[in-house]
Design a protein around this ligand. Structure first.
Ligand code: NOJ
Ligand code: CA
Length: 546
């Protein structure tokens, strides 16, 4: 059997800057992260995804890079990166890193040279226009804070293209020298031991916007994804590409590749938006709907499932009325929303701090087809800080303990990279790792149990998934089959108890694996299943089959 580690991984996303500060300067760093690997390991994660940690003026949380081959000095040295990676590997944890191939900071020496000197070899590494482009206001990703996608540069006497903020100039991916350089960047980090990349902004990477027609490669732009795949695979067999690509279901085949030889994994943004609609409606229909629309994917491909991440929840693919439903349930106030399309809150405040709902949301995410990805701090139900700009609201320091600065740093509080959440229901004095550690029933312990259960169910990553009919629309019943094994997982999204009959061909007995009640009794598969409000139950088919 192919050993495709990412098919059943549990990925934990960390922002080094806000995780743990080892030297008391108020900024998280690699030494601090290495010191807190116990936490990640105890949680049961199998892979750490690092948000960008490269040198940066930090105008977009590190997604504005000035050197692809180094570590931002505020976070440590390259030596600290290697020491951290080594420590992670010692614990059986893989490391993947963010790769921002679509753009650089305008402070990057490549861009600086490109703008200063029209004859520089770097000029054509970016996308320029001598004339003012007609579409300068089209396609801005951050409406409200970004007003154009082209900006005039005095030194260059030309307009440069930027899909994101104006301080992030798009690279010209049609230029073979840029492709070669990006390979060098990937080769560099692979050589340092990473197991792959979270590829930023993939749809923009392959669209060649602004590149003159005659300079664009004539073949299908998706073939660039084959090129990236084969490069990383030859450099390191286990290397995995996880794409940030908010695509529709009709694009799925083009991104995974007809035989699964493009991107290994793609974040399932469609499922994410429908999951929140389901939670808002207390009805599983939106999830069933999107699952029915999802095409089968090749064996080597995998979805990445998530609840929250470092950005806003992007609800842009939902029709206005449905997006409105999610807004009114989870982000009704204007300051909770972002860019007219999303919610910039953490999961716990969205669900009103309701532990049963939180546990269910995680259980649901782990039960859906794909590999679960967690955002640091959500495992303890951290809150957010809406007084911070844009998406920084969900990027506050990790809450380790009821100690000064939540145990994140010994620096004076005003020196912290961002303030810790204090006051209100999510105050670090009550919501922290120490408070939940080894405490039966705490969110963190439940998540640990859930992760253990999920890791013991390879059927979910590998198997065939079927959505089963039940009489209750609030119930999502999933059946996975793989190598003669069967797993059944049921969730009740309603706020009232229900009882459902699930018909299971070829299965006679069910053994409870994980649920919100203390249930250890083997049951007959034909018995109705009771589910409490927001309840969940995981079973494995046991013993003789009919
Ligand atoms: C997507 C990242 O997730 C987001 O945080 C960033 O602002 C943009 N790409 C630009 O790199
Ligand atoms: Ca530090």
């Amino acid at each position: 059997m192919l050993n495709l580690w990412y098919k059943n991984a549990v990925i934990y996303c960390v922002d080094v800057e806000t995780f743990m500060d080892s030297n008391g300067d108020g900024i998280g760093d690699f030494a601090g992260l290495a010191d807190r690997l116990d936490h990640v390991e105890a949680l049961g994660a199998t892979c750490i995804w690092l948000l960008p940690f490269y040198p940066t003026p930090n105008r977009d949380n590190g997604y504005d890079i000035t050197d692809f081959y180094a570590v931002d000095p505020r976070l440590g040295t390259l030596g600290d990166f290697v020491a951290f990676t080594h420590a992670a590997h010692d614990r059986g944890l893989r490391v993947i890193v963010d790769l921002v191939a679509n753009h650089t900071s305008i402070d990057h020496p490549w861009f600086q040279e490109a703008r200063r000197d029209p004859n520089s070899r770097y000029r054509d590494w970016y996308v320029w226009s001598k004339e003012k482009p007609k579409d300068i206001h089209e396609g801005a990703v951050f409406p409200g804070v970004q007003d154009a996608t082209w900006t005039y540069d005095e030194a260059a006497q030309a307009w440069y293209m930027h899909r994101f903020y104006k301080h992030q100039a798009d690279l010209n991916i049609a230029n073979p020298e840029v492709r070669e350089e990006l390979e060098k960047v990937m080769g560099f980090w692979l050589q340092l031991g990473v197991s792959g990349f979270r590829l930023d902004a993939v749809p923009f990477l392959i669209e060649y916007r602004g590149v003159p027609e005659e300079e664009r490669p004539k073949d299908d732009p998706h073939l660039y994804l084959n090129e990236l795949r084969s490069f990383v695979s030859w450099r390191r067999a286990e290397a995995m590409l996880l794409a940030e690509a908010n695509i529709t279901m009709d694009q799925v085949n083009e991104y995974f590749g007809p035989s699964g030889d493009r991107l290994h994994m793609i974040f399932n943004f469609m499922l994410n938006q429908h999951l929140f609609l389901s939670l808002a409606r207390k009805d599983a229909e939106p999830i069933r709907r999107v699952m029915a629309q999802t095409p089968a994917i090749p064996l080597k491909s995998q979805w990445a499932s998530f609840l929250r991440n470092h950005d806003e929840i992007d609800l842009g693919r939902l029709p206005d009325a449905e997006r409105g439903e999610v807004f009114s349930a989870f982000g009704p106030a204007p300051e909770m929303q972002a860019y007219g399309r999303g919610i910039r809150r953490r999961l716990a405040p969205m669900l009103g701090g309701d532990e049963q709902r939180l546990k269910q949301a995680f259980s649901l995410m782990f039960a859906l087809p794909g590999t679960p990805v967690l955002w640091y701090g959500d495992e303890i139900g951290m809150g957010d800080d809406l007084s911070l700009a844009e998406r920084n609201s969900v990027r506050t320091p990790m809450q380790w303990a009821d100690e000064r600065n939540a145990g994140f740093s010994t620096a004076p509080s005003e020196q912290l990279v961002r303030p810790v959440v204090s006051g209100g229901a999510f105050d670090y004095r009550s919501v922290n790792v120490v408070a939940q550690h080894d405490l039966d029933g705490s969110l963190m312990s439940t998540l640990q149990r859930l992760i253990r259960t999920r890791r013991a169910c390879p059927e979910i990553g590998w198997g065939r998934c079927r959505v089963l009919e039940t009489s209750e629309t609030s119930v999502l019943a999933l059946r996975y089959d793989w190598h003669g094994e069967t797993v059944l997982i049921v969730h009740n999204l309603a706020d009232h108890a229900v009882e459902v009959q699930v018909s299971l061909d070829e299965v006679s007995r069910l053994r409870p694996l994980f649920c919100d009640e203390d249930d250890r009794t083997m049951r007959d598969a034909s018995e109705p299943i009771h589910l409490s409000p927001y309840g969940y139950r995981w079973f494995r088919a046991h013993g003789e089959r009919r």
